[in-house]
Ligand binder design. Structure first.
Ligand code: BTN
Length: 245
């Protein structure tokens, strides 16, 4: 079933099942307007970061948001951080304390409940697709190496329905980032830093082929991560935080 409705700003498309909402948007890049979002009941080929699969059983939130042209931010990680903070704010509204694991996860009690992926490309126009997967009622089976075990919102309280959560996300993202010409991070950096997973703790970061160990000092106003390492302070615009010592 395809259903479309609008919020004034965003056009929302609802699908029962797709391969991947990221792919659904990519396949329709030429016809979808700026600020389109698709919500799917399930995904058969949900995509995680670094080529991983995102298990997508019924009941979770699987959505991809399109910006066309891509927002004028330096790094796609900025968009992931806005989306992560939007979800974190909504969880707090429900009385659930959570943290943002840089650059793109939302974590409750050291369990990953949501992941975000940002893909961009194109020239005229450029585009950016931000995909969010949130485990609401079921903890998906995850195979292979995981940094944090998966969790689901229901372990900590009653979750909203996926569509209700989607509207809350749309509203919160607009609130956090009303002007696409502006970089949003400067205005929300303090709140992001106060919610940063493992702030002040030693971690290992995988950046490309490099493994860097250091203490998380916080985020810079451009959304990059600062680690204090043996060779001094280092700044990263992408990477994956792997382990805590
Ligand atoms: C990660 O943590 O690895 C990112 C996971 C992103 C999953 C979402 S679910 C909706 C959208 N469609 C996809 O295929 N992937 C993203």
């Amino acid at each position: 079933m395809t259903e479309a409705c609008g919020s004034g700003l965003w056009s929302v498309h609802k699908e029962d099942s797709v391969d991947s909402t990221q792919q659904w948007v990519r396949d329709r890049l030429s016809i979808l307007p700026d600020r389109s979002v698709v919500l799917a009941g399930t995904q058969s080929e949900g995509r995680g970061r670094a080529g991983r699969k995102w298990e997508s059983p019924p009941g979770g939130l699987y959505a991809s948001f399109l910006w066309k042209p891509a927002p004028a931010v330096e790094h796609a990680a900025v968009v992931s951080l806005v989306a992560a903070l939007a979800l974190a704010d909504i969880l707090e509204d429900h009385g659930i304390h959570c943290l943002v694991k840089w650059p793109n996860d939302v974590v409750i009690s050291d369990k990953k409940v949501a992941g975000i992926i940002a893909e961009s490309g194109g020239r005229t126009p450029s585009w950016l697709i931000m995909g969010m997967g949130a485990n609401l009622r079921t903890v998906p089976a995850v195979t292979g190496r995981v940094v944090l075990p998966p969790g689901a919102w229901i372990m900590f309280g009653e979750p909203p329905e996926p569509e209700e959560l989607l509207w809350k996300l749309i509203n919160r993202i607009e609130l956090l980032w009303p002007d696409r010409e502006e970089d949003p991070i400067a205005g929300i950096i303090e709140r992001l830093n106060s919610r940063l997973w493992n702030l002040g703790k030693e971690v290992t970061l995988q950046a490309g082929d490099d493994m860097i160990t250091g203490v998380i000092e916080g985020l810079r106003p451009d959304g990059s991560l600062i680690l204090s390492t043996d060779s001094g302070e280092r700044r990263f615009v992408s990477g994956e935080l792997l382990t805590v010592h």
